[in-house]
Design a protein around this ligand. Structure first.
Ligand code: ACM
Length: 258
């Protein structure tokens, strides 16, 4: 079964959660998709200056933001992956939720970036995969891309599609994700934000990449936009790059151990 895979690239206004959510839903309403990927911290904004500020923006995984995502998912028959600051007891995590109707599963960012380290604990969920309309989907968040182990772990667990909510600020992410797709023979959907926030500029260029590393599309560096492409997720099961070379069967894990 084909999968209509969409990315939303928004321009969040800092701490204006309901306005930001509404803007994303308006972009999504113009298209039909089976799976939408939204940016990291898409509704809250990103550049927190104090732990108290990050705490005020954070919500539990069963809070109102995820409830609104569930309502949109149920009404429109789509799954959604979206990033949010998660409050879990005394800790904060940089999390993304996969919502399928009333079902929700949280991934907590494994490799926290830069100033996030002041407020957000390193994720403890590990990498997992779930089914979305017959496709096997895994989640990784922004800077996780810089660690090839993230995408590789998801691919070894059977991910055919990497859903990659992002707030990219370094220049290499979009090109880097082409390599992550190519070396794992998987689709990747990077949803980034645009605009600047308290001196930090985000690079946009949200994209969907095929298992051969080719771009389906890349959005602008400046504008809020959404786009959808129809993919054939099962084609990611083929790990061959040459008749004699299957990228997973040819791995030599014994020689990789330190
Ligand atoms: C990032 O991980 N938000 C750069």
């Amino acid at each position: 079964m084909e999968l209509r895979l969409g990315v939303v690239q928004n321009r969040p206004r800092f701490l204006k959660t309901s306005e930001n959510l509404k803007d994303c839903f308006a972009l999504m309403d113009r298209h039909e998709a089976d799976l939408w990927v939204l940016p990291e911290f898409f509704a809250s904004g990103y550049n927190f200056k104090t732990k108290a500020e990050a705490r005020r923006a954070a919500e539990p995984a069963d809070g109102p933001l995820v409830a609104l995502l569930k309502a949109y998912s149920s009404k429109n028959g789509c799954a959604i992956v979206a990033g949010f600051p998660e409050k879990a007891g005394a800790r904060l995590y940089n999390s993304a939720v996969l919502v399928r109707g009333e079902k929700a599963r949280v991934y907590r960012k494994t490799h926290v970036f830069g100033g996030e380290k002041r407020f957000f604990s390193p994720g403890d969920t590990g990498f997992w995969v779930e089914k979305v309309k017959g496709a096997t989907v895994g989640v990784m968040i922004c800077f996780d891309w810089f660690f090839p182990e993230s995408a590789r772990t998801l691919a070894l667990k059977g991910a055919q599609v990497l859903a990659h909510p992002s707030n990219l600020v370094l220049p290499w992410g979009p090109e880097g994700m082409k390599i992550r797709s190519l070396e794992n023979r998987v689709f990747s959907a990077t949803a980034n934000r645009v605009g600047a926030e308290r001196g930090l500029r985000f690079i946009g260029q949200s994209q969907v990449v095929a298992p051969n590393g080719e771009l389906y599309f890349r959005l602008s560096a400046e504008r809020a936009q959404a786009a959808v492409v129809e993919i054939e997720p099962w084609t990611a099961k083929d790990k061959k790059v040459h008749p004699a070379n299957d990228l997973f069967a040819d791995r030599r894990p014994r020689l990789y151990a330190r």
